[in-house]
Design a protein around this ligand. Structure first.
Ligand code: KIV
Ligand code: ZN
Length: 526
């Protein structure tokens, strides 16, 4: 093992999914996992198998489908959790069981209602149990940062003795300060006798905005695995952001003297994909992947960059795969040019999909003089993010204005196959409805509701322009809630009402598909 290599452990699909509203279905998780493999992460934590049949299934499917990285599942320190975890990760060529128990007094006494002695004994026993299934066992001392240091050393030594191969020291509540956390890692390395047998790992939450700084302080002091997420998603304020950790290691290579296996050119696409499937937008000023991360506004800065890029730019946008927003294609471009450009941008279109994507591109190019990289990225992301469509938009007409009651007429084509949650709707064919609303979007949504009869509540709606100019496309992202579960949808069009209707329909189609999926899963797990 190279002592200077940092293992990148991605937990977007587990801790990231614990972000409010970030839930992903199995297909979306597999898609993200494939992208994480292309990105070059060493370990994918695909979920928490015991937590639900859906989570079990997605860890299992990711373990089956994704080659390259190790596939880990999370489990508490007990036999039932560990066995379920193994039954999900065992399909991977490189399975990992990741088991955890809290070691801080507040968690031990209040949450677990146990003693320190009991916890160390459970931790040791659980690691031994996990080792019966799997060589690669990671142990996490939850809330390690607020644990008594001597006791933490005792637990770490015991789990290494029991066979753990990675020991993780999480800052579960994002409480640490970089200097203090770095010292803690260093002290652990000095104090725990058998520490050289394992990879020391860190997992930092961002409650004080220090997740990345703490992770970097830890690697500077000997940690060799960083647990992180794309876009910094995660419980509460999130986890350390993968792209920020990696680009800090790259940009300050002289300082850290460390390597990793991440293909940084895949960063931007990974960020877009995660944002698209979770419906959680990246803030414009987010480091590395935000829309403004490489935008120079001040005149002095622009002047400096034009004379010498390095005056104000410490990273190149191309290094993280950010497309330069050039005009590339128009209505006379052929399919080869389109597929070539998509390939350059990191999108691999399966042969069978080429005609459909090209058709959509031509339709867009007919409406829009200038087709930018961002336009075609939005186009493929929208069409690739599509669930099997039960309802497709065929016709939309709205009228609104001052002194007019906004109205909408919507015509949807319904797939012939009957679906679980829309059993009240007519089976198959073309269905048309009209409705009034507070505005044209509201009216369109009400007309769609009349057709689908799905009991869904719109909880979030955002609209942004893709690329620039008067003919810029609008991108709408929505979240809707159905029976306590949140679903996302995205739609793009040069007409923002149409983009809104497409986004809403995508979310409703997901509800139908998920309801079917879940019913099937429950049947299978009985
Ligand atoms: O934050 C945390 O402590 C965790 C562990 C389960 C690794 O997510
Ligand atoms: Zn966590």
């Amino acid at each position: 093992m190279d002592k200077n290599r940092v293992i990148i452990f991605d937990t977007t699909l587990r801790d990231g999914e614990q972000s409010p509203g970030a839930s992903m279905n199995i297909k979306e998780k597999i898609k993200v996992a494939h992208q994480l493999a292309r990105l070059g992460v060493d370990v994918i934590e695909a979920g928490f198998p015991i937590s639900s049949p859906g989570d079990f299934e997605s860890v299992k499917e990711v373990a089956k489908a994704v080659k390259g990285p190790s596939i880990a599942g999370l489990c508490r320190c007990n036999e039932k959790d560990i066995t379920a975890c193994w039954n999900a990760v065992k399909y991977s060529k490189k399975p990992r069981i990741h088991t955890f128990i809290a070691t801080s007094d507040i968690h031990i006494r209040r949450k677990l209602q146990k003693t320190r002695e009991e916890v160390v004994e459970i931790a040791e026993r659980s690691v031994r149990f996990a080792k019966r299934f799997c060589d690669d066992v990671e142990f996490s001392a939850e809330d390690a940062v607020r644990s008594d240091f001597n006791y933490l050393c005792q637990v770490v030594e015991a789990v290494i003795e029991a066979g753990a191969t990675t020991v993780n020291i999480p800052d579960t509540v994002g409480y640490a300060i970089p200097e203090e956390y770095g010292r803690m890692i260093k002290d652990l390395k000095n104090r725990v006798e058998n520490i050289e047998k394992v990879v020391l790992s860190v997992h930092c939450h961002n409650d004080l905005g220090l997740g990345v700084a703490n992770s970097l302080a830890a690697v500077a002091n000997g940690a060799r695995q960083v647990e992180c997420t794309v876009n910094g998603l995660g419980e509460r304020a999130g986890n350390a952001s993968l792209e920020e950790v990696v680009m800090a290691l790259n940009t300050r290579k002289q300082f850290f003297g460390l390597t990793h296996g991440i293909k940084t050119k895949e960063i931007y696409q990974s960020s877009r994909l995660v944002s698209s499937v979770t419906g959680i937008m990246v803030q414009p000023n987010k480091a590395v992947v935000g829309a403004n991360a490489f935008a120079h506004e001040a005149g002095i800065h622009q002047d400096g960059v034009l004379k010498e890029r390095l005056t104000y730019e410490i990273m190149k946008p191309q290094d993280v795969g950010v497309p330069s927003n050039k005009l590339v294609l128009g209505k006379h471009s052929g399919r080869h040019a389109l597929i070539r450009r998509l390939k350059d941008l990191g999108y691999h279109i399966p042969q069978g999909e080429v005609e459909r994507v090209y058709g959509q591109f031509k339709a867009l190019a007919d409406k829009k003089k200038s087709v930018y990289d961002d336009d075609i990225i939005a186009l493929v992301e929208e069409s690739m993010g599509r669930m099997p469509e039960v309802y497709a938009l065929e016709y939309l007409n709205t009228s609104s204005g001052t002194g007019i009651i906004p109205t909408a007429t919507v015509r949807l084509v319904k797939d012939e196959k009957p679906s679980a949650s829309s059993k009240n709707a007519k089976k198959g064919g073309v269905i048309q409805e009209a409705a009034c609303g507070d505005g044209p979007v509201d009216a369109a949504y009400k007309a769609i509701d009349k057709i689908t009869r799905i009991d869904a509540k719109l909880t979030d709606y955002t609209l942004k322009a893709i690329s620039g100019g008067q003919d810029a496309q609008g991108e709408v992202n929505v979240k809707v809630e159905h029976r306590g579960v949140s679903y996302t949808g995205r739609g793009t069009s040069t007409d923002i009402i149409e983009a809104s209707a497409k986004a809403y329909l995508q979310a409703l189609n997901k509800i139908i598909a998920m309801t079917k999926d879940n019913k099937k899963k429950v049947r299978e797990s009985l």
